[in-house]
Design a protein around this ligand. Structure first.
Ligand code: ATP
Ligand code: MG
Length: 638
């Protein structure tokens, strides 16, 4: 019997197979949505592993979300069971964290560094840094943070920033010198506490690869590098990749679609694909067939995207697959946004679980999705929102994470304050934080041990008493991490968890699975790093409809797609319309619409209302560009 890989390879077209087996140096696969780019990339990893069973080199695959990385890793495991351990499939940030754990000591970074992904954490670091210098800085200097962020995002380290560079990155003329000093203090503060913010992960890895021996080491260990969704690479990530590759590395394989660049606001750029081809002397392969979408949708997408001037002129238009589902495009027009949400919710309510599980509702903004979710709730339809969550929703899980952080960093007062506060919101334990700190100082013990002692004496009801007891054993080093965390989750689970906690427990299990897959549950520091980089959204409940922003739907596919809010000032956004026609911002909106409609395998429903929040809105120009408003009507009004 054929292996899963052999079957998959046989199903590929000649040109796809050629890309999978490519051996002649740098290659760019440039192709539209649904053309099999991700499939080719995963088959290529599996085939490389399979055909070099006796060898020890590793393969590096990079993408942009943990979800995509996890999905890719699953596919590779299915295609090359037992060999997946030789493939590192990661996000750029995850990979950089790994590099810094292994080699960061050269830059004075200890492997147990904390990662700060939230703005509030970075603000607190800056506040602490500036407080050490009260004569020069005041409370108002918090607003310097975005400039520091921008400098880091452009790989400008604190040693390289000059007033002129600060100005170019958003500092006003009178504050450039302050920015330069504040940036240095901010970095010192991160260094002092052995912490890295998100941008530092890339910046510090970039600094490390400045040592030629480091780049050579990675070129030898990882013989093949692959990048999915290359069009979303920002300047810093690309510069890092260039430095890692130097002049000598040639086994780079990237797949991209310039028409799906929707992260320009984060530094992605449609011209970077051209730069990649020039810098690496890439050969280019195109995959012209769209295997995902019905012919009408492929045609509508082709019609839409030619309105963009900023795109690769050399890319062939997509063709529908002869085997594609015939599919259809429907339109809905409602009088108001409330009626739009209610009307669509009523349609979804008529679907069975199987159909719901294959249906997605996509929108330009989170706000629209929130209203959509309320309408679905009102219609008795449960839904899953696929939106990144930086933090857990329930105080219970936020408390657990702060406990783990406190055990790893016993001196962190700010975290301790959050620990006390989150615990207070699900278990009544009034505590004076100042008293806690003075008792810890007087007794010469950690804040955590004073707190656990107090909480244990308080005779709390279940499950608070049990979870405190488990945490205090862990803090005292009497129990191991994984079983203790599992025990705590069990206590929460057995006490009739509320909805947010249920979601969080689900999310935790998903994260645990993902982290295990990258061997990350072994140590507390590693677990905390992985947690910080991952979204805490719950896993989709089987049989429910998915709600996603256009950005969140990237790379995914569904039988049925509802794209709601197809009105001017919504898609395209009000913000993009303020720029002149033909602006880069408007083109990015158009690519957003292109990404959204090409998620569809069978049925696409484009919906709009004549009024949103009481304001009249015209039909989206994209409807006309796709060829739907030529006859002056866009369907019966509801
Ligand atoms: P996107 O740009 O949206 O990320 P993609 O180019 O990565 O899309 P895939 O997700 O790899 O496309 O493939 C889209 C769909 O087409 C998948 O369901 C995949 O299994 C299917 N597919 C790809 N190649 C073939 C083929 N040769 N024959 C049949 N189905 C195929
Ligand atoms: Mg893909």
């Amino acid at each position: 019997m054929d292996s899963a890989l052999e079957t998959s390879l046989r199903e590929l077209t000649d040109i796809q197979r050629q890309a999978v087996k490519w051996e002649d140096g740098p290659l760019l696969v440039l192709a539209g949505p649904g053309s099999g780019k991700t499939r080719v990339l995963t088959c290529r990893i599996a085939r490389l592993l399979e055909s070099t069973r006796e060898q020890r080199f590793r393969i590096l695959a990079l993408t942009f979300t943990n979800k995509a990385a996890h999905e890719m890793a699953n596919r590779v495991t299915r295609f090359a069971p037992g060999l997946e351990g030789r493939a590192d499939i990661n996000t750029f940030h995850g990979f950089c964290a790994q590099v810094l754990r292994q080699h960061g000591v050269h830059l004075g970074i200890k492997p147990n560094f904390a990662i700060y992904s939230r703005t509030s954490d970075r603000q607190a670091v800056l506040a602490d840094a500036l407080r050490r210098n009260p004569r020069r800085f005041g409370r108002n200097d918090q607003h310097l943070l975005p400039v520091i962020d921008a400098l880091k995002a452009r790989l400008v380290g604190p040693g390289q920033v000059t007033p002129r560079i600060a100005r170019r990155n958003g500092a006003s003329p009178h504050e450039t010198n302050r920015v330069v000093r504040a940036y240095r203090l901010y970095e010192d503060e991160l260094h002092r506490t052995n912490a890295l913010d998100f941008n530092s992960l890339i910046l510090k890895a970039y600094e490390l690869f400045g040592y030629p021996a480091m780049a050579q080491h990675y070129q030898t260990v990882y013989r093949y590098w692959l990048v999915d969704e290359f069009q979303d690479t920002n300047g810093a990530q690309y510069t890092l990749l260039r430095r890692m590759a130097g002049e000598d590395f040639h086994q780079l394989f990237a797949v991209a679609d310039d028409d799906q660049t929707i992260y320009e606001w984060n530094g992605a750029n449609v011209h970077r694909i051209r730069k990649l081809v020039d810098d690496f002397s890439c050969r280019v392969v195109q995959l012209p067939t769209n295997f995902r979408c019905p012919p009408h949708i492929v045609e509508a997408a082709n019609r839409l995207v030619v309105y963009n001037a900023r795109r690769a002129a050399w890319k062939q238009p997509a063709q529908p697959s002869p085997h594609a589902h015939r599919g259809k495009i429907e339109r809905r027009v409602f009088e108001t946004d409330e009626k739009e949400m209610a009307g669509i919710a009523a349609e979804i309510a008529c679907l069975d679980d199987v159909a719901r599980a294959q249906t997605a509702i996509l929108a330009r903004t989170r706000a629209l999705l929130e209203s959509m979710r309320e309408a679905l709730d009102a219609a008795g339809v449960s839904a899953t929102i696929l939106i990144r969550r930086d933090d857990f929703a329930s105080p219970e899980m936020r408390w657990l994470v702060t406990c783990l952080k406190q055990i790893a960093r016993p001196l962190d007062q700010r975290n301790m304050a959050t620990l006390v506060e989150t615990f207070g919101s699900f278990a009544a334990l009034p505590l004076d934080f100042n008293e806690l700190t003075s008792r810890a100082a007087a007794d010469g013990v950690t804040l955590m041990s004073v707190w656990t002692h107090t909480a244990r004496e308080a005779q709390l009801p279940s499950p608070a008493a049990e979870v405190v007891s488990a945490v205090s054993s862990l803090a005292a080093g009497d129990t191991k991490l994984s079983p203790t965390v599992r025990e705590i989750l069990g206590h929460f689970e057995n006490h009739d968890p509320h909805d947010d906690l249920k979601d969080d427990l689900c999310a935790w299990r998903r994260i645990e699975r993902e982290v295990r897959a990258v061997n990350g549950f072994a140590s507390l520091d590693r677990l905390l790093q992985e947690l910080e980089m991952r979204s805490k959204e719950p896993v989709p409940v089987p049989g429910t409809v998915s709600l996603a922003t256009i950005h969140g739907a990237k790379g995914l596919e569904f039988d049925t797609v509802y794209l709601i809010g197809m009105a001017e000032e919504i898609l395209p956004s009000w913000h993009s319309l303020r720029k002149q026609n033909g602006s880069a911002a408007l083109e990015e909106e158009r690519r957003g619409c292109f990404v959204a409609i090409t998620r569809t395998k069978r049925r696409l429903i484009l919906s709009r209302a004549r009024q949103y929040k009481g304001w009249p809105k015209q039909p989206s120009r994209f409807l006309e560009e796709m060829g739907f408003l030529n006859d002056g009507s866009d369907g019966p009004s509801q």
